[in-house]
Design a protein around this ligand. Structure first.
Ligand code: ADP
Ligand code: MG
Length: 706
């Protein structure tokens, strides 16, 4: 394909495999309620099908909504489609992800995260604004997409509900890369499957020697991946490289190394009459600014080889043209429930074999390719599972169970799951909801639970925010909640001297907030920056990420709007506080974090009080590090598991503040909670939910930011 400086994307789309099936696809959508569409990644499903349906007039009676498990994918694809349809992003074509709504009155084709659609269902269970809902990337098996599948299936189990208030019945399209389509069709009442025939070329896969069965926690693979990329660059024919790593910091490190080394090598050699002179190195990860992401898709200048260093997002969500070589680290960052500490944590784990095949496949889209795996054959055989376990079977279900309960689905155990989670995970979720007073002893949603579901935050944090609001001190908690919802705001430079300087400044900021309270430090940073005349300059001087803080400002405004709306309801709780005003902030935090309480055991070691009794230590990044001797009781925001378990974002508390809350951790009868969970919902209750005043659109529960 020839690429002029401004190539015509509309024309380009006619070369995609999906194009020949345009007419039949439109017919297939018209002919049935549910349709499964499958095809190789890159065949045009995500960018083209919504446009075809738009052209076919589906937008006359409602919008077209397309869900993505990852926020970057939703944003990038919407940008691309807006460009193809020659409209401004946010007008006819828009997107909505958590804390970022780029849609308007005119938007008819809306890309969004699966969490966003789940929130829309809360306000409008029949999805009456939509004529078509497309669940995309279903093979990813994200928690929210799995729940949406079950909800849509349930919606059509009573046809009257599904057609209520609409002139045309809702159509549901489920799109997936080639895996598991029979299972999906069977789940959706044996609906038709439309397969887009793909052309793929052979990819030769080679195993390496760097990562073996003993290296499942190895982090030395970054160097190996870099070495491999340079080898490919200096010995292989023209063609771009795609490197798979696990996250932002690793990717940035790899890019720095590549940059250093690639420059040092003097390249100029001919491969099949093309001269490869240099390497264009481009990172790609979730929280990257979108203008930088756009570069990824542009063809490199003549004679230059592109090398994209990406997270798993490049495996199926986004297709980069021109890739001929894959370098696979064999690892991925995944949210898993860690039974050692009883919490969800982001872990780096070996990918599954099917995932490895998917990664390799990215090299064979337009011609034969090669995939270099840095791990051994033995690692493949012994450490990599056949398939990736669906998220619903490995993460906390607390937020999702609350959403289901708020939708009037009390029987969360017998909900139609594509793959059921273990019952103990559901019980664990019910237990947590009970502890936060979101449900009562009989498993019914409380008034507080109905307020909590409106916040796209962890239930504990929401609980603390609501407590603060009831005591009229939300101004302290909202900024903290916002700061904990964005990427890390503290910059830690690589150079040792600079690192010392940054650490010193950060310690001074902590001291300004009274010291010894990491939550208060977050609040102080937020306030100081906000009141500064030149906030970006302030951030630069204080080694703070300006971009992260800007997001925190916007998140805080949005959380404040949600709260204001809820406070206007008549039944919003109001309380009085008769304790020491100086302790108000920490006491509010305790109502949300009493599940994360630790007591000092011996020396630097603390013991958690949640029944797991994990031995933990304060992370060096905390202002309480090295002050352990003065502490007895602390609460913490999250944990980092390495060879030790560290607690991060910590603050000291008094036992008195959690004394009455702690017994709740142990005195729950999960069987009582769940026996009610099995009761059928009455029609009356269902009616109540359906007539519930349609709340304003809200952002999602949780976003896949990796
Ligand atoms: P599928 O959903 O079947 O995997 P897509 O619709 O995502 O396929 O991709 C179709 C084509 O559109 C690919 O060739 C891809 O490179 C191109 N494409 C997608 N997004 C962009 C973008 N933001 N910029 C340029 N090209 C893009
Ligand atoms: Mg796609």
């Amino acid at each position: 394909m020839s690429k002029s400086a401004r190539w015509d994307s509309k024309d380009e789309s006619k070369h995609l495999p999906i194009y020949q099936h345009k007419h039949n696809l439109i017919q297939a959508v018209k002919n049935s309620t549910f349709l499964v569409v499958t095809g190789e990644t890159g065949s045009g499903k995500t960018t083209q099908l919504p446009q075809y349906l738009h052209e076919a007039g589906f937008c006359k009676k409602g919008n077209i909504g397309i869900t993505q498990p990852r926020r970057v994918a939703a944003i990038t694809v919407a940008q691309r489609v807006a460009q193809e349809m020659q409209c401004t992003l946010g007008r006819e074509v828009g997107y909505q992800v958590r804390f970022d709504d780029c849609t308007s009155q005119d938007t008819v084709v809306k890309y969004m995260t699966d969490g966003c659609l789940l929130r829309e269902i809360l306000a409008d269970p029949g999805l009456s604004q939509y004529s078509v809902v497309i669940l995309d990337e279903v093979h990813e098996r994200s928690l929210n997409t799995d729940i949406l599948l079950g909800l849509l299936k349930k919606l059509f189990s009573s046809p009257a509900k599904a057609s209520k208030g609409r002139s045309r019945p809702l159509k549901v399209v489920v799109m997936s890369a080639t895996l598991e389509t029979d299972k999906l069709s069977a789940f959706l009442g044996n609906c038709p499957v439309f397969t887009i025939p793909g052309r793929t070329f052979p990819v030769t896969c080679m195993f390496g020697t760097a990562v073996g069965p003993k290296d499942t926690e190895s982090t030395g693979y970054v160097k190996e991946v870099v070495k491999m990329a340079l080898d490919v660059h200096s010995s292989e024919m023209a063609g771009d490289i795609l490197v798979f790593l696990t996250g932002q910091s690793e990717i940035e490190r790899a890019c720095d190394l590549l940059f250093e080394k690639a420059e040092a090598i003097d390249y100029r050699y001919d491969v099949q009459d093309q001269t490869v002179e240099g390497l264009l190195i481009l990172p790609l990860y979730g929280s990257m600014p979108t203008d930088q992401q756009r570069q990824i898709f542009q063809p490199p200048p003549p004679g230059i080889r592109k090398c994209v260093v990406a997270t798993n997002i490049a495996a199926t969500s986004l297709t980069i043209n021109g890739i001929k070589y894959i370098i696979d680290s064999g690892f991925v960052k995944q949210l898993n429930h860690n039974s050692r500490v009883g919490m969800d944590i982001l872990e780096v784990v070996p990918i599954s074999k099917s995932e490895a095949q998917q990664r390799a496949g990215r090299a064979g889209r337009t011609s034969a390719g090669k995939c270099f795996r840095i791990y051994t054959k033995e690692f493949w055989e012994k450490c990599m599972p056949e398939y990736t376990v669906p998220e619903i079977q490995r993460t906390s279900l607390t937020a999702v169970v609350l959403t289901l309960k708020c939708l009037g689905i009390h029987d969360v155990i017998r909900f139609p799951y594509l793959d059921s989670p273990e019952e103990r995970f559901i019980l664990e979720a019910l237990k947590q909801l009970f502890q936060f007073d979101a449900i009562d002893r009989r498993g019914r949603v409380t008034q507080l639970g109905e307020l909590m579901v409106e916040f796209p935050l962890h239930p504990g944090l929401t609980r603390a925010v609501l407590k603060a609001a009831s005591l009229s001190c939300q101004d302290m908690l909202l900024p903290v909640a916002a700061m904990l919802s964005v990427e890390n705001i503290f910059i830690r430079p690589g150079h040792p001297d600079k690192q010392k300087e940054a650490d010193k400044i950060h310690r001074a900021l902590a001291a300004k907030s009274g010291g010894m309270n990491d939550f208060a430090t977050l609040l102080t940073v937020f306030q100081l920056c906000k009141s500064s005349d030149r906030p970006s300059e302030w951030c630069r001087q204080n080694w703070i990420h300006w971009r992260a803080l800007k997001s925190a400002f916007s998140v805080e405004t949005q959380l404040r709007e949600i709260l204001l709306r809820l406070q206007q309801k008549r039944d919003f709780p109001v309380e009085t506080f008769d304790g020491n005003k100086g302790e108000l902030f920490r006491q509010c935090l305790c109502t949300g974090y009493f599940t994360n309480v630790a007591r000092r055991s011996v020396g630097k070691v603390f013991c958690t009080m949640d029944g797991h009794g994990s031995m933990v230590q304060i992370h060096p990044s905390s202002s309480l590090f090295d002050q352990e001797a003065e502490l007895n009781w602390v609460i913490f925001h999250d944990v980092l598991v390495t060879s030790r378990v560290y607690i991060r974002t910590v603050c000291p508390i008094r036992y008195d503040w959690v004394k009455d809350l702690l017994p709740k951790l142990h005195e729950v009868d999960v069987y009582e909670l769940s026996s009610v969970a099995r009761e059928e919902v009455t029609d009356e209750e269902m009616m109540k939910w359906e007539t519930r005043e349609a709340a304003k659109r809200q952002p999602e529960v949780s976003a896949e930011d990796v």
